[in-house]
Design a protein around this ligand. Structure first.
Ligand code: SF4
Length: 366
């Protein structure tokens, strides 16, 4: 009986034009038949508003040197067990060429966070160089953390046109629990950065971790409402996967079971697809760390972007923000081929040779 009442509720909620906070909390808890209804609705919205295509973003994790100390992250500055690396310019350019020649059409430059002058200038030069050697045929997303407005402007002028800066959680209390409390890890500054990125004209992406210690369904519902209010263009969110060489690991006993974190992440993707019909949503690699078919499942419930790792495989093992990261031993070729197959298995098409910009961004600029 209770079960039927729940199912009716979910059915009713899914018929509404707009979800309120309570609706979202209920949807995020959907399991079994209720979850299937949610996924079916998300799939319907996805096919209607962004279609079957899935776009590649060749991911280059060019350095794991980081000046920050987020409590959940395996490459935080104080983790002395990590072998630090910094790809040289030739290696980065070679990876960009690989993406271009294989029609990935877009790449993501990502590294640990640094804001020293040398780093800022180096990224600037790399952006210009990649644009030059690909005849401006490749779109560039950067994911390089909190920077000054001037730096964001400079990198935008040099060719980056999408920026991904995850808020990780919009609950300020929780944010302080998972970061050191100092000027370098300031919640307000993260918000300032997101606003600056958007104002400068980047396609703006953010995202959260799902299943952090102390996190609630209400927190996650607020995260989705934050994204809607911020009117973001792209989202990348994944389950929190603990790393044993981090301070947050000591709270592992209060975590949701890993399967719950996985399942709720899929619910987050599905609800976000219904809330923000035409944005780009990435199928996070962390999903595959939990379930070998994790990313395919995400593609079926709303995600439309996937990020093949094209970092030279010798360094992939050193860029582990979380444990059990998949594909760390494979060459870039294996990764692309394996992903194309996986995408087709998920009933989607690879949008090779297309930038695959966020339709939401294009629509809001009209
Ligand atoms: S999450 Fe990002 S900024 Fe924080 S420690 Fe890891 S790489 Fe550095």
């Amino acid at each position: 009986m209770w079960h039927n009442i729940m199912r009716d509720n979910i059915e009713n909620i899914l018929q509404k034009e707009e979800f309120d906070f309570k609706d979202i909390v209920a949807l995020l808890q959907a399991e079994g038949k209720e979850q299937k209804l949610l996924f079916a609705k998300a799939q319907e919205v996805q096919l209607k508003h962004v279609g079957k295509k899935v776009f590649f973003r060749g991911l280059i994790e060019f350095s794991n040197v980081c000046s920050k100390n987020c409590y959940y992250c395996g490459i935080r500055k104080d983790n002395k067990k990590v072998d630090r690396y910094n790809l040289n310019d030739e290696e980065i350019i070679a990876a960009a060429r690989f993406a271009h020649e294989n029609k990935y059409a877009s790449l993501v430059l990502q590294s640990g966070e640094r804001s020293d002058q040398h780093f800022i200038e180096r990224v600037d030069e790399l952006l210009q160089k990649i644009k030059e050697i690909t005849h401006n045929e490749i779109g560039i997303t950067i994911s390089l953390g909190e920077q000054s407005d001037e730096t964001y402007r400079r990198w935008f002028r040099s060719g980056a046109h999408r920026y991904l800066l995850r808020i990780e959680t919009t609950n300020e209390v929780l944010y302080k629990q998972i970061h050191p409390e100092d000027d370098e890890h300031d919640f307000e500054n993260r918000l300032r950065c997101l606003n600056a990125i958007k104002e400068i004209g980047y396609q703006t992406g953010t995202g959260v971790m799902v299943g952090l210690p102390w996190q609630t369904y209400a927190d996650l519902a607020n995260d989705l409402l934050f994204m809607k209010k911020m009117d973001i263009d792209m989202c990348g969110m994944g389950p929190y996967v603990e790393h044993h060489d981090t301070p947050l690991f000591e709270n592992k006993d209060i975590l949701w079971p890993i399967k719950t974190r996985f399942s709720v992440t899929l619910n987050m993707i599905a609800v976000l697809r219904i809330l923000m019909k035409d944005i780009n949503i990435a199928a996070a690699t962390a999903l595959q760390a939990i379930d070998p078919m994790g990313r395919e499942k995400a593609l079926r419930v709303g995600a439309n972007v996937i990020m093949p790792n094209i970092t030279p495989s010798t360094h992939r093992k050193d860029y582990q923000l979380y444990q059990n990261k998949p594909c760390i031993d494979e060459g870039a070729d294996d990764c692309g081929d394996c992903l194309s197959l996986r995408i087709e298995m998920a009933g989607r098409e690879v949008g090779l040779g297309e930038w695959g910009d966020s339709k939401h961004f294009l629509n809001r600029k009209e």
